[in-house]
Design a protein around this ligand. Structure first.
Ligand SMILES: *[C@@H]1O[C@H](CO)[C@@H](O)[C@H](O)[C@H]1NC(C)=O
Ligand SMILES: *[C@@H]1O[C@H](CO)[C@@H](O)[C@H](O)[C@H]1NC(C)=O
Length: 170
């Protein structure tokens, strides 16, 4: 009779062998016990991507290309966080004849901003990126700068579209 305990630990599973008995043929009979749950980390995907479909005044990204988790509302342009965590947000603004600033709002506070200047007749794009801890129920959207919206017109066509995207990191 051989009493040995072999402990193997990987992820959150414990596998150990005990009560090994030597058989007549020289081999061992080993009882294996497994404790704990297999690590089945369920990664919930939350992600959205939307764009402004036509030249506009409003910063409402009205066409939704992806909306896993259903957090984004294309009527209001507001993402309402379905799950607390670290998120990435990216927004792109394309305008013509503009001097314009936008703000990324998280939970009604300014979290990021962009500035774009395009001379008369010219157009251009600017993008902003933010990584933020957002709680369930918090709202995220893009608006004109509260103190300095400037001027210009949003452009959207085959050559370039203003977009707003976000996804959960963890
Ligand atoms: C966001 O705002 C709501 C409503 O005012 C508040 O209950 C919540 O705690 C805020 N969350 C954060 C992360 O500031
Ligand atoms: C945002 O600013 C632009 C440029 O000044 C203006 O044309 C547009 O009407 C503004 N949009 C909103 C929703 O205030």
């Amino acid at each position: 009779m051989l009493t040995s305990v072999i402990l193997v630990c990987f992820a959150n599973i414990y596998v150990y062998a005990e009560n090994s008995c030597q058989r007549k043929d020289g081999g061992y009979d080993v009882t294996i016990n497994v404790r704990g749950q297999p690590s089945k980390e369920i990664r919930e995907v939350i992600a959205f991507h939307a764009y402004i479909s036509k030249d506009a005044d409003r910063l409402v990204f009205d066409v939704t290309k992806a909306n896993q988790g259903n957090g984004y509302n294309s009527n209001t342009g507001v993402f309402t966080c379905p799950k607390t965590g670290m998120y990435v947000f990216v927004w792109v603004i394309r305008m013509v004849t503009a001097e314009h600033s936008t703000e990324l709002m998280i939970n009604n506070s300014v979290f990021g901003s962009t500035f774009l200047r395009a001379k008369k007749g010219d157009d251009g794009s600017v993008s902003g990126t933010a990584i933020a801890h957002v709680s369930k129920g918090d709202t995220v959207y893009v608006r004109n700068h509260s103190a300095y919206a400037g001027d210009g017109r949003i452009l959207s066509n085959l050559h370039g579209k203003p977009t707003f995207s976000g996804w959960l990191l963890q």
